[in-house]
Design a protein around this ligand. Sequence first.
Ligand code: ADP
Length: 504
Amino acid sequence: MSRYAFLAAIVLATGIFIFDTLTPLNIAVAVLYVAVVLLSLNFTNRRGTLLVGAGCMGLTILSFAITHSADFEAGATARGLFSLAAIGVTTFLALRLASTITVIADSEQRYRSIFRAAGVAILEMDFSPLKARLEALRAEGFTSVAAIARERPDLVGEVTGLMRLINANDRTLTMFRAPTLAVFAQRLPSLIPPEIAPSTWRLLEAIWSEQSSFETESVFDTVDGKRLNVLYTVAMPTDRPALDRVLVSFMDVTARHQAENDLHQAQAELAHVSRVATLGELTVSIAHEVNQPLAGVVTNGEAGLRWLRRPEPDLAEVSAAIERMIADARRASEVIKRLRALASKAVPQAAPVDVNELVHDTLGVVQREIAGHQVSLKLALADGLPPALGDRVQLQQVLINLIVNAIQAMAATGTTQRDLTIRSRPTDTGLSVEITDTGPGFSSDAAAKLFTPFFTTKDEGMGMGLPICRSIVEAHGGNLRAHLLAEGGAAFEFNLPAHTETQL
Ligand code: ADP
């Protein structure tokens, strides 16, 4: 390109010079040199353009000298001066243009190198067909993306076909394990799994409401079939409403997700260990709870046998004994059922939980612990409590831990006034449960550490109960706090958000 421009400039300059020198016409032919100056932008730098401008002026003067050396004519001189001024002004403007071009080229170069070498995957995409499709739906009378989702749910499947890849940087190819840009462009539609539909609807919503950017976490597949967790951002410049150039960037957060999963797994394991430890503390109560009905089964079985072995068996007594045996066996199995969930390692499930009912169920597990330590139980459970959303077993673990702690605190001091109160009440956002005792409370020093892992004041304590309770409650979107009561004793209160139908 620059070579042709250089040749063209030489030919043009020569032609103008010959024509200017030989023409008998009274016109300012030399003005045409401005074209040579402009052409020079294509093959030289600023200094070169300045030289070309000066050269053209020189040729104009030379030509004037050749043709008008003998006679002086005012018109010709004016034309010559006019040409010189035009060439001068054009050279000046061309120099300004050249520096602007340099700045733009530099910035383009910088952008290109950032684009290519960025540690983040960046894609240049053309969303204009998608934008046009949404505008067509708007023209059809749709007023929101929610309405489109209801009436045209298939649109989400069309979206990939309505986006065009313009370019992608090297990081994109590494991230998606594509050997070349062409392979990536060809495979891109198949790398978008169907389960990202909800985030695609949100992207459509962002385009519909003309937002300038959109960010979400999602999953994508790589060319070699691996699953990636990515954080992707779509920058939609508001000065290009057709969305013909949109920047999409991807950050691979798979490792972070893995770490989070590992952490959850570790927390779940720890919670399980602590539940089993709590059950260990309750062994005596549990053994008694199960033993009693089992002893009943044996006694009633023996009685039944005696009634059967009489010379004249009393069948009515036998059947009464068998019925008592069945009732006892049912009681034992009830107790075991209640405990099995606590000892199990089940994955946490989210379901609506009636917290008052859960308190009653939990009391079944700790009943003997309460009675065994001469604790008097007061229940103040509010009517009309909204359900919480969460894992029953985990929430029960919180209740058991707080109740057992309260009982242990009161038992440790030997006070005779041992009141355990469990209160539930609705709050603005959901519900709260408070467990208070009349124990010794805790020192201000201990107050700061209560929820710190391994903080314990008990000889056999593990110090994991309260931290686990707090992490369970927080994972349910609530919070757990402790405070001292003015009349003595401690209170532990947790809040949980109410479950609404749309959450599940
Ligand atoms: P652990 O019961 O194994 O000590 P926790 O995390 O459940 O572990 O409790 C940590 C500490 O918090 C206890 O050792 C005790 O000092 C204090 N604590 C917990 N509950 C109460 C309570 N109801 N009254 C007074 N102190 C309490």
